[in-house]
Design a protein around this ligand. Structure first.
Ligand SMILES: NC(=O)c1ccc[n+]([C@@H]2O[C@H](COP(=O)([O-])OP(=O)(O)OC[C@H]3O[C@@H](n4cnc5c(N)ncnc54)[C@H](OP(=O)(O)O)[C@@H]3O)[C@@H](O)[C@H]2O)c1
Length: 286
């Protein structure tokens, strides 16, 4: 049956440039808030997710921390991510915010902490990066990275500090495949994570050409898309509030797309394929 969940095979691991390992797929938590958010995140952990992606601005670090405490999985087996908001890029504020993120979650450390947006018009992201570098030295964060950084932003922080981010989390799905950004990241040993990997359940999930590939494999469209991310070398972070879909989305390690199928999906990408108009050269979030 299409989209059927067989056994979720062991999830392969990715190793970051600083040695930290992450599972090859993670769980997005945007819009998972309050008591129902806690239940959804506990269900994701029970279903096998070990990498959980949050942010200071999602207002759910507390719910995430509570879900971690309620789950039966030891803390050290989980990989917890949060992100520094754009309004706190100034060095001291960034350090206070990282500590506040920890207090909110009730955690001693984050596995991964990312600058959420570069906000180039404010020109403070180098300062923010220096704060992350120091927070890592002090043991508040195991691995440090960025989101939505273009090559010029990455070059600046690497030149200023000599420290290469472990991760660059960017919008990535078949309608916006980020070929150039992925190549830049990979050349510099930076792992690309995919946000909105399912295009936020937009028309992408009804795409006729992906449906054909799904039919050929007896899989669902979301499973084909997530498998495409994995084979590209990107790390997808699908969000679902539905336990059945959480499992469906994890069940992508028991089949393989051919190079022709990978190419067919890659050809769906368009320069204006972003789900919303969030080009980090212009779009800013605080
Ligand atoms: N760094 C950044 O700037 C940034 C920006 C955006 C997002 N993110 C991160 O990336 C994560 C994922 O992105 P996203 O939440 O925007 O979008 P997404 O994961 O691409 O899509 C989520 C939507 O897809 C639906 N869905 C999930 N699995 C499905 C399935 N198997 N079949 C049908 N529908 C399915 C979900 O519905 P249900 O929940 O109802 O199942 C939800 O409406 C976020 O949660 C967040 O952690 C980061």
């Amino acid at each position: 049956m299409k989209g059927e969940i067989t056994v979720v095979k062991a999830i392969p691991e990715r190793t970051l440039n600083d040695g930290l390992t992450l599972p090859a797929i993670g769980f997005g938590t945007y819009l998972l808030n309050g008591a129902s958010g806690i239940n959804t995140i506990v269900s994701a952990i029970d279903n096998g997710y070990r990498l959980l992606d949050s942010a200071f601005n999602y207002e759910n670090e507390g719910a995430l921390g509570e879900a971690i405490r309620r789950s039966s999985v030891p803390r050290e087996e989980l990989r917890i991510t949060s992100k520094l908001p754009g309004r706190h890029h100034q060095y001291d504020e960034a350090l206070y915010t990282i500590q506040e993120s920890l207090f909110r979650a009730g955690l001693d450390y984050y596995d991964l902490y990312l600058i959420h947006w570069p906000n180039p018009s404010k020109d403070l992201y180098v300062e923010a990066w220096k704060a992350l570098v120091d927070a890592q030295k002090w043991g508040l964060i195991r691995s440090i990275g960025v989101c939505n950084f273009l090559p010029e932003h990455l070059e600046r922080i690497m030149d200023a500090t000599g420290v290469t981010p472990s991760v660059n989390q960017v919008e990535l799905h078949p309608y916006f495949s980020q070929e150039k950004q992925r190549a830049f990241d990979s050349e510099h040993g930076i792992l690309t994570e995919s946000w909105s990997p399912l295009g936020r359940a937009s028309k992408l999930l009804k795409d006729a050409s992906i449906q054909k590939i799904a039919d050929a494999h007896g899989k669902s469209i979301p499973q084909i898309i997530l498998r495409w991310h994995v084979q590209l070398g990107a790390l997808p972070l699908p969000k679902s509030s539905t336990p059945k879909r959480q499992l469906e989305n994890l069940s992508v390690f028991d089949f393989e797309l051919s190079s022709e199928e990978m190419q067919q999906i890659g050809q769906l990408s368009r320069p204006d394929g972003r789900t919303y108009d969030q080009d980090p050269a212009r779009y800013e979030e605080f």
